[in-house]
Ligand binder design. Structure first.
Ligand code: ATP
Ligand code: MG
Length: 455
């Protein structure tokens, strides 16, 4: 059964039950009212007969009583007969007004009035009231009400059915649309959205679904990027290693191997092996970070030593690229509380990025400053370049893993990378209790900085 049918049926049943209960209540009230009216009528008949008997007794006019009783039987249809008996010392007399219908259920009421002047004289009036007629009045009143109510309820039920069907349809429509969109997402059309702007729970559900669909699309794109980056980062050094090995083999088998050239080929092989192991180490670091297993053993560390070593390590590369690379950290800079191996990894990543995005003739330098935040003293280490910089959109995503800016597509210096470096930098800085930040402008350069507490 569809939701629409279920809702319509439930609402119709509920409203039908409500109307039925209301109708039963009204009928009960009407019956009570009519029974009350019958009781009042009986009281009125007996009190009228009693008053007439008293008047007749005072005026000593029996004809007056008889004609009044005739008037009463004509007035009240349920009063079938009146039997009058006069008592006096001389002689008792009797007289009947009206007749008893055969088979009728009769209720009798007796009224006795004594003569106030002579207690031996009196009159007794017996009123014969037809119970069937009284009940008939109640039943016909209730029947009329039932007929009227069933007409009104019939119309109300039709209206209720129409309104509840419209209401059920308005609830079921977005759900049906949503299930179609869900089926599309299930069939692989990630990112499919549904347009629905209500502010109720359905609107919230649709909003949540749209966000989920967008996130799925983002994750899918990330997965694709990841697979292509990983494949590229694995395949290109392996391809290079393979071709240098072939070259060496060819040289050796021809017997014309130039030792200098062979040494150069081995150098290239070693370079590619380093690139490969660097990439695999990055992947392992990311896995460690995500499992919360990235450990930093903090101890007083001279940042100038670590930065100086890294700058030295990149010296040959920067010379080759004709970029001026400098360590400007003051040799007397106070020690920081850090894991030197991890901080080395951070500075390596930042300098390798700076060199990657800085063209010939540019400058890259590492600097440091101290600052105070309340009681705590901090060091801020910066890596600045005069390279191509980044726009606002790239700045928003650069610390996420596998995210690379548009600037990597414009032909970077060296390998393209996979977008893991800054994710690792941020995670290491945060594991030290510090923060990373970046300032950059397209074409002007970039400055990355991270904070460490002073030892
Ligand atoms: N100094 C910089 N100047 C300009 N853009 C930068 C700089 N550093 C990082 N970026 C941008 O940030 C992106 C992310 O950097 P990240 O170090 O995480 O990845 P990557 O260098 O592309 O790859 P990987 O570090 O994994 O080899 C880069 O692709 C680049 O777009
Ligand atoms: Mg990098």
């Amino acid at each position: 059964m569809t939701i629409r049918a279920k809702l319509t049926l439930t609402m119709a049943l509920l409203l039908g039950a409500g109307l039925g209960a209301l109708g039963a209540g009204l009928i009960g009230l009407e019956r009570g009212y009519l029974l009350g009216a019958n009781a009042e009528k009986i009281t009125l008949m007996t009190s009228s007969a009693e008053r007439a008997a008293r008047d007749a007794m005072v005026q000593k006019d029996d004809v007056l009583l008889v004609s009044y009783l005739k008037f009463l039987t004509a007035q009240f249809g349920s009063l079938e007969y009146c039997k009058v008996q006069w008592q006096s010392p001389d002689k008792d007399r009797q007289l009947s007004v009206g007749t008893t219908p055969p088979g009728a259920r009769i209720m009798e009421r007796v009224v006795h009035v004594a003569d106030p002047a002579d207690s031996r004289r009196g009159v007794t009036v017996l009123l014969g009231i037809n119970e069937d007629k009284l009940e008939e009045r109640v039943d016909s009143g209730v029947d009329r009400l039932e007929r009227d109510l069933s007409r009104i309820f019939g119309i109300a039920m039709i209206l209720v059915l129409l309104v509840s069907d419209w209401f059920a349809r308005s609830i079921a429509r977005p759900i049906r649309q949503l299930s179609e969109v869900v089926a599309q997402v299930g069939a692989g059309k990630l990112g499919t959205r549904m347009e629905w702007n209500s502010k109720d729970e359905v609107g919230q559900l649709v909003q949540g679904f749209n966000a989920m669909s967008a996130r799925l699309e983002e994750l899918d794109a990330m997965k694709r990027d990841f697979v292509s980056s990983v494949t590229h980062e694995l395949r290109s050094p392996l391809g290079a290693i393979e071709s240098f090995i072939r070259l060496i083999e060819a040289k050796l088998s021809s017997g014309k191997a130039d030792p200098q050239q062979v040494a150069e080929y081995f150098g290239r092989i070693a370079q590619n092996v380093r690139r490969l192991s660097g990439f695999i180490n990055d992947l392992l670091d990311v896995a460690k970070i995500e499992r919360g297993k990235m450990e930093c053993v903090l101890r007083p560390t001279k940042i100038q030593d670590v930065a100086g070593e890294v700058v030295q390590f990149f010296e040959a590369k920067s010379k080759e690229q004709k970029v001026n690379l400098l360590c400007k950290v003051d040799p007397a800079f106070p020690a920081v509380q850090a894991d030197p191996e991890r901080i080395r990894q951070v500075i390596v990543n930042l300098i390798s990025n700076a060199l990657k995005f800085t063209p010939e003739g540019g400058h890259v330098w590492v600097g440091s400053e101290q600052f105070r935040e309340g009681e705590k003293r901090w060091a801020e280490v910066t890596v600045t370049d005069t390279g191509r910089g980044m726009d606002r959109a790239d700045l928003e995503t650069l610390f996420k893993k596998f995210q690379q800016g548009k600037n990597v597509n414009q032909g970077v210096m060296g390998t393209k990378g996979t977008g893991l470096g800054l994710f690792i930098v941020k995670s290491i800085a945060e594991a030290h209790g510090g923060k990373v930040s970046v300032r950059s402008a397209p074409g002007k350069g970039t400055q990355f900085s991270f904070t460490l507490s002073l030892a």
